[in-house]
Design a protein around this ligand. Structure first.
Ligand code: TPP
Ligand code: SF4
Ligand code: MG
Length: 299
C-alpha cells in the first residue's frame, strides 16, 4: 500500500498553470505524472487540460504532450505507440491519453474503442468533471441526472453513462475508478496500470468549482462526499477480477453511507433537482452496490 512518503517529490508540472483555483483535474494530472515518471508521452484532446498546458510556445509539463483533435485521442495514442515500436523504444516509454468526459464518453469513444480493440499498449485516463467545462458547462453523456448545465437549465434528464463498465466490456486487462480526493489510491492505480501490458483505462471523477458551483477550497471535501455517499465507488478490475478499493470498502454496508442529499446540497448545479430524481439516484446507488456485493461473492 502506498504511503505519503512514497510519492516522489519531483514535480512534472511547473507552478502557475492556467487552471482555475481548486481545479481537481490539475491535482489528478499532478499525481498521475508523479506515478508515471519522466519517460511518458501524453496525448490530449481539446479540454481544460489543453488550457492548463498553455498557449503555443509554452508547456506547463516536463513531459512531452501531443495535442490532438477532439475525436482522435485513441487513434493518436495508437500512432505514438506504433512509432515507438518502430524505433524499438516502446518498452521504456508510457503512452498516456488524458481526456475530459466529453472527449471520452461522447466525442472520443469510437477512437478509444478502436485503439483498445487493436490491443494498443497504453493508458487512457478520463478526468470526469461531468460536463464540457472548457466551453462553458454544456452537458455531456457523463453529466448526472438532475445537474444544471447551460444546455440543461432545468437539470439533465436521462442518465450518466457508466464508462468504466463500457471499457470493462472490451475485455481489457485493467479498468479502475478513482478520484482526486483520495490521492494515494489514485497514485497507486496509475502505478499499477503502468506495469500492465495492453490497454488500460482509468475513470477519475474530477470536481470542478465553477462548473459544479462551490468554493475552490471545498474540492477535496466534495470529492470525499462523492465516495462517502456511495455515489462514486472506487474499484479496480484486473484481468477480469473485481477489487473494491480500500477507501470504499466500508460503504458496502449501506448504513455507513452518508445521505446523497449531502452531496447534492453541497453544489449549486443540483439546486433544481426534483425529489423524484433524488429517489432515482438512491435506487441507482443501491443497485450499484448490490451489484458490487455480488461481484465480490463470485470471487
Ligand atoms: C471538433 C471540436 N468540437 C468542439 C470543440 C470545442 N471544444 C473545445 S474544448 C470542449 C469541451 C471539452 O469537454 P471535456 O472533454 O469534458 O473537457 P473539459 O473541458 O470539461 O475539461 C469543446 C466542446 C473543439 N475544440 N473541437
Ligand atoms: S473549469 Fe473546472 S476543470 Fe476546467 S480548469 Fe476550471 S476548475 Fe478545472
Ligand atoms: Mg468535462
Amino acid at each position: 500500500m502506498v504511503k505519503v512518503m512514497d510519492i516522489p517529490e519531483e514535480e512534472f508540472i511547473y507552478p502557475g498553470t492556467r487552471a482555475c483555483a481548486g481545479c481537481s483535474m490539475a491535482l489528478i494530472y499532478r499525481i498521475a505524472l508523479k506515478a508515471l515518471g519522466p519517460n511518458t508521452i501524453i496525448t490530449v484532446p481539446a479540454s481544460c487540460l489543453t488550457v492548463l498546458h498553455g498557449m503555443q510556445g509554452f508547456c506547463t509539463t516536463k513531459v512531452s504532450v501531443y495535442h490532438t483533435p477532439f475525436a482522435t485521442t485513441g487513434a493518436a495514442a495508437s500512432g505514438i505507440v506504433a512509432s515507438l515500436d518502430d524505433k524499438g523504444l516502446s518498452e521504456d516509454i508510457n503512452v498516456v491519453a488524458f481526456a475530459g468526459d466529453g472527449g471520452t464518453v461522447d466525442i472520443g469513444i469510437q477512437s478509444l474503442s478502436g485503439a483498445v480493440e487493436r490491443g494498443t499498449n497504453f493508458i487512457f485516463a478520463c478526468y470526469d468533471n461531468e460536463a464540457y467545462m472548457n466551453t462553458g458547462v454544456q452537458r455531456s453523456g457523463s453529466t448526472p441526472p438532475g445537474a444544471f448545465s447551460t444546455t440543461t437549465p432545468e437539470g439533465k434528464t436521462g442518465y450518466k453513462k457508466n464508462m468504466a463498465k463500457i471499457m470493462e466490456a472490451h475485455g481489457i486487462p485493467y479498468v479502475a475508478t478513482a478520484i482526486s480526493s483520495y490521492p494515494l489510491d489514485l497514485y497507486e492505480k496509475f502505478q499499477r496500470a503502468k506495469g500492465i501490458t495492453g490497454p488500460k483505462y482509468l475513470h477519475i471523477l474530477a470536481p470542478c468549482p465553477p462548473g459544479w458551483g462551490y468554493e475552490p477550497k471545498d474540492s477535496i471535501e466534495i470529492g470525499r462526499l462523492a465516495v462517502q455517499t456511495g455515489f462514486w465507488p472506487l474499484y479496480e478490475v484486473i484481468e477480469g477480477k473485481f477489487i473494491l478499493s480500500k477507501d470504499s470498502r466500508r460503504f458496502l454496508d449501506a448504513s455507513k453511507r452518508k445521505p446523497i442529499e449531502e452531496y447534492f446540497n453541497s453544489q449549486k448545479r443540483f439546486r433544481k433537482i426534483s425529489k423524484e430524481e433524488i429517489e432515482n439516484h438512491k435506487r441507482y446507488i443501491n443497485d450499484s452496490w448490490n451489484d458490487i456485493e455480488k461481484r465480490l461473492e463470485e470471487i
